[in-house]
Design a protein around this ligand. Structure first.
Ligand SMILES: Nc1ncnc2c1ncn2[C@@H]1O[C@H](COP(=O)(O)OP(=O)(O)OP(=O)(O)O)[C@@H](O)[C@H]1O
Length: 268
């Protein structure tokens, strides 16, 4: 086993002909994806299509049954998975924090990769400035000193994105980040994601959702999964068509894009 260091060139993610079989069932079948710096992928599919299964592989949380997965240039199976995971910004929506930390303290725990602050550890001035900048980009600057247990679900989601970005990962994985948010919170989150992508042009992201309305305007590519197989994959305007989305969700829909955002309605 080697200790991984992020490779500087090539795709940040490469999955090639991946199968995942659990208890005799194919959860993924021959799925491939290459994600390069600066690309922002949407992973779409109906309930049970295999999105979370694929995202877990891409975040080095599991191994494929067949095929290969390379994360930041390191092939799963040949590196220390825990160390590799620490290089990927992966957000756990059920962040298991118990103590009443402030927004800023939670964001800073992204540097120590711990839930609670490490005793006697102090951030440098640069690290504190970066935390402040991320808190501002994520639109939660007024809540900087608010305690975690007083935050709304939408605010917590944005704190966790800022936390995941503290170690300056080259890859950010987002699993349904807008689930449960009200209209304003969802729109603030999407604006923040677009701002983030603008500020960090080399950052790559993969975002899972079933709702096309929840895609940020900066989405560049999409992979549509249906029953564990790839229905379409590539640049977003080629993949997100009414025909593909109707097949993906097994329901006739009309898809439109307006001011960079997508809207879906049932076809009559
Ligand atoms: N360990 C397992 N053993 C057997 N089947 C599993 C296992 N884990 C997941 N599944 C099944 O695999 C399928 C894909 O699950 P997955 O969570 O990846 O789908 P998803 O696209 O993320 O779905 P959702 O949109 O509902 O979150 C589902 O039918 C699920 O029930």
């Amino acid at each position: 086993m080697t200790h991984p260091r992020p490779a500087d060139t090539g795709p940040v993610l490469r999955a090639t002909d991946v199968d995942v079989v659990r208890e005799g069932t194919h959860l993924l079948r021959s799925v491939s994806i290459d994600v390069h710096p600066g690309q922002h992928w949407a992973l779409l599919g109906a309930n049970g299509a295999g999105k979370s299964t694929l995202l877990n592989l891409l975040g080095a949380h599991g191994h494929p049954t067949r095929g290969s997965v390379e994360v930041l240039g390191h092939r799963l199976g040949a590196v220390d998975m825990r160390a590799l995971r620490s290089l990927v910004g992966h957000i756990n929506p059920r962040h298991p924090l118990r103590s009443p930390l402030t927004v800023r303290q939670v964001v800073l725990t992204g540097l120590t990769n711990t839930t609670e602050p490490v005793p006697r550890w102090q951030p440098t001035d640069d690290e504190t400035t970066r935390a402040e900048r991320l808190i501002s980009v994520l639109g939660i600057a007024e809540r900087d000193q608010a305690r975690w247990d007083t935050l709304s679900q939408g605010e917590r989601g944005r704190v966790l994105i800022a936390r995941a970005l503290m170690p300056q990962p080259r890859l950010l994985l987002l699993d349904e980040p807008a689930t449960g948010l009200d209209l304003a919170a969802r729109e603030q989150l999407l604006t923040s994601l677009d701002q983030l992508r603008h500020d960090h042009p080399d950052l790559a992201t993969v975002l899972v959702t079933h709702h096309l309305e929840e895609l940020p305007t900066g989405t560049t590519h999409a992979l549509l999964l249906r029953e564990g197989t790839t229905l379409a994959r590539g640049p977003v305007d080629q993949v997100l068509t009414s025909d593909h989305v109707s097949k993906c969700f097994n329901h006739p829909v009309h898809l439109a894009r307006d001011h960079g955002r997508w809207h879906v309605r049932a076809r009559t």
